[in-house]
Design a protein around this ligand. Structure first.
Ligand code: ATP
Ligand code: MG
Ligand code: MG
Ligand code: MG
Length: 562
């Protein structure tokens, strides 16, 4: 491709709103342009890379037995109302009305739509298992769109969905997808970890996130330095107990068994799905007040506090007891209610949307920060500890290391969460209607592309790994006004193209300095410079990543490139 004919605008300065390297470099090198906050267009060179990432994703999806389809961006609100997510997804779900005042969601994800399609089309166990995927723009009205492609409001996602007649079948597909994900991120040259994740709103069971290790990641992961163990620290939770004697709700007693090591365990034992955003579950068992926390740094919101309060206090007998149990902070929230209805208690406990941030002060005491004014020392009441760096790992191998991660992929055993709500059944061998079992699997394709840049750049620009580089060769004619340079460059351009090599040919009437700077910025793996020695048929070849250079003759060039 001739650079003089291409929409490839480069910038010397970083855009004012670009805080991180991938954002700065992708804009400066002419890969993307901002249209609105969190909304980016891909210019031709950016589009080439995007298509290459997609191609790798497609290959691995097809290998895993998934078939590509293409669902709509406009989704009738009815689907979302069936699962309740029209409300629970909150303001992140973009909504529009048509001229008849009918409501639609802009696809933030496609569990509802795909389940609706499958519900109508799949009737028998003989048609299962089934695996579909698509690669298409998603819409989420993120509260804080930032970091360029990392957190967009319109972004490219690969989403896959599998349907099963048994949990064994789901396990098998999950395994295949897991392998496909490992292949995808390895093929992209990314340094990543698959981490145990929080199943949040989906109410499923097994779930893993694929995290690219990066300082700019918004998640913190805890991983073993000598084994495969890795978890999102949201999932490295705390179970603390408070010795106290009150009556024991049976349902909750179950939840406080020694097996209850995580929020998910607690929710499972209680027999309730975890609502999205849950950061703590608190319940009372026999002589114990059990508090399961996940850590995070979240804003405090009155409604959520109220929910916490309702959920955690409702079954404590008196306000005094509550104060004593939980510390002064909670007492100030208002009078303590009482309820004998265990269903309600359990329900509220798991639905409680509570924002707590946890940390230790200098003397090692752990605090639960409920409001800025109301810290209380939980260690006075209980034995509380988080996973820390340097701890032995949970699987008995190595020690725990903390790192920041970018969530590029997420695999999820959904179980019957959607199918049940949407009435998606199949007939088993005996003609009995059974609820479909599902899995879902997402990859942020545009986020992944930016993650590659986070890991592949230097002071001068991007250093694309070959497999997704926009071109394999950047051919520079340093001075197109010199006939011998122009002629040799044109000849080489044709030769390389004919050999099936993707060449970006800088044939612009620009100074050599500009060409070199742009070339480093764009980051094509191999640069071939036609300059002063063109008359002797000699060009310079330079590897972008390690700076290695050598002089080559026209005759030997092709063999050196391929
Ligand atoms: P996050 O925790 O970063 O908000 P998520 O857990 O909400 O992501 P999922 O619902 O799991 O995202 O979606 C699947 C994948 O889509 C994610 O793993 C991520 O790679 C990508 N993704 C999600 N939100 C965005 C976004 N706003 N911009 C770009 N990619 C995104
Ligand atoms: Mg999100
Ligand atoms: Mg996430
Ligand atoms: Mg996720």
């Amino acid at each position: 491709m001739k650079q003089s004919e291409m929409l490839l605008p480069t910038l010397r300065e970083n855009p004012a709103d670009a805080e991180i390297k991938s954002h700065q470099l992708l804009v400066r090198a002419g890969f993307i342009r901002k249209v609105a906050s969190g909304i980016y267009s891909f210019l031709p060179i950016g589009n080439r890379v995007l298509r290459k990432v997609e191609a790798i994703v497609r290959e691995e999806m097809e290998n895993a037995g998934a078939h590509e389809m293409n669902m709509t961006a406009l989704q009738p609100s009815e689907y979302w109302k069936e699962t309740g997510r029209w409300n629970t997804f909150g303001p992140e779900l973009m909504r529009i009305k048509d001229r008849h005042e009918r409501e639609f969601a802009l696809g933030a994800t496609h569990e509802e739509e795909v389940t609706a399609i499958i519900r109508d089309e799949i009737k028998s166990y003989k048609q299962l298992p089934l695996s579909v995927y698509q690669i298409q723009n998603k819409f989420r009205d993120e509260k804080r769109p930032r970091f360029g492609l990392l957190r967009g409001r319109e972004f490219l996602m690969k989403d896959a969905y599998t349907f099963h007649d048994s949990y064994e079948s789901l396990d098998a597909s999950y395994e295949k997808m897991f392998t496909a994900y490992k292949n995808i991120f390895s093929r992209l040259g990314l340094n990543f970890r698959a981490v145990i994740a929080d199943s949040g709103a989906m109410g499923g069971k097994d779930t893993h996130e694929f995290m690219v290790l990066s300082e700019v990641g918004e998640d913190t992961i805890a991983y073993s330095d000598s084994s495969e163990y890795a978890a999102n620290v949201e999932m490295a939770p705390v179970v603390t107990t408070y010795e106290k004697s009150t009556a024991a709700p049976k349902q909750m007693e179950k939840a406080a068994t020694p097996n209850c090591k995580s929020m998910q365990d607690a929710a499972d034992h209680l027999g309730h799905p975890l609502a999205e955003g849950i950061k703590a579950i608190m319940f009372k068992v026999d002589d114990k007040l059990v508090l399961v926390l996940s850590r995070g740094d979240h804003e405090i919101n009155d409604v959520k506090l109220k929910n916490l309060y309702d959920a955690s206090m409702i079954d404590l007998a008196t306000e005094e007891e509550t104060r004593e149990a939980m510390g002064a902070g909670f007492g100030s929230l208002g009078p303590v209610g009482a309820s004998g209805d265990l269903e309600v208690v359990a329900d509220k406990a798991v639905e409680a949307l509570v924002n707590v941030s946890c940390g230790a002060n200098e003397d090692g005491f752990h605090y639960v920060n409920v409001t800025p004014e109301h810290d209380f020392r939980i260690d006075q009441y209980a034995d509380l500890r988080f996973i820390e760096e340097g701890d032995p790992s949970p699987d008995g191998q190595g020690t725990i290391v903390f790192a920041k991660g970018i969530e590029v992929g997420h695999v999820f055993k959904l179980g019957t969460f959607y199918a049940e709500k949407m009435g998606a059944n199949f007939l088993d061998e005996n003609g009995k209607a059974i609820t479909l079992i599902m899995g879902c699997y997402g990859i942020g394709v545009s986020r992944t592309l930016a993650s590659v840049v986070e890991q592949y750049h230097d002071e001068q620009g991007i250093t694309w790994p070959k497999q997704i580089a926009p071109f394999q060769v950047h051919l520079l004619a340093l001075n197109v006004k010199k006939d011998e340079q122009k002629e040799l460059a044109e000849r080489l351009y044709t030769k390389l193209k004919n050999a099936g090599i993707e060449v970006l040919y800088d044939d612009r009437k620009e100074r050599a300095g500009v060409k070199f700077a742009d070339s480093d910025l764009i980051g094509v793996p191999l640069r071939i410079t036609v300059g002063k020695q063109a008359g002797e048929g000699i060009v310079e070849m330079k590897q972008r990543a390690n700076g290695e250079q050598q002089e080559v003759t026209e005759a030997e060039l092709l063999s050196k490139v391929t």
